[in-house]
Unconditional design. Sequence first.
Length: 205
Amino acid sequence: MSDKPIKAYKVDLESHDAFSCIVFASNSASARRAGASELDACWEDVELCRRAPAYDQYAPGPVPYGVLIADGWWFECHGCTQTVIDDSTHDADGAVLQEGTYVVRAQHVFCSQECLARHDASARMNVAAQAALIELVETKFPGSKIDSVYVYGDKLEASETGLGALSIAYFTFPGAQGLAEYRFGDGAYVSRMDLELFESRYCAA
Ligand SMILES: [Zn+2]
């Protein structure tokens, strides 16, 4: 650990001036490295790494999204991916006349309260769909144990040919050596070594 105080730096990527971030570091070299990593880029891609003393007060970071948005930064809406900018209106002295429609919650920015609500509703439906899939597999294959489930979107959907499984559960059953898969709307996929056991257990007439 360095005992030098950490300070704010603004790191910009070359040829992508829309991609910048604020990082906190004790020197410019480590700021550049941290910025490149945060922006998913290489050291050489960093065009500029400058001190940003206005953000020192937020050390060790992160700078709240609301502060950055008010300073003219833009972000992608976590719900619908549209660009979120400061859409509040101000009078000549800079006082807020009307609050913007964007909402910041924890480490996510939403374009509006409605978009946040839609995102949350969809997340709750995804959880409910996962629970329904678990129940379905446990009912179809008594004694099975769910390992993990994956549901794309907010409802159970059958996979389309050529596209990956949209709703899938991985499970084991008594005596099985490997994981079996259940693809919603399609059926169970069982490894060769467990197939005989699976058929005798669940497919007997
Ligand atoms: Zn949105």
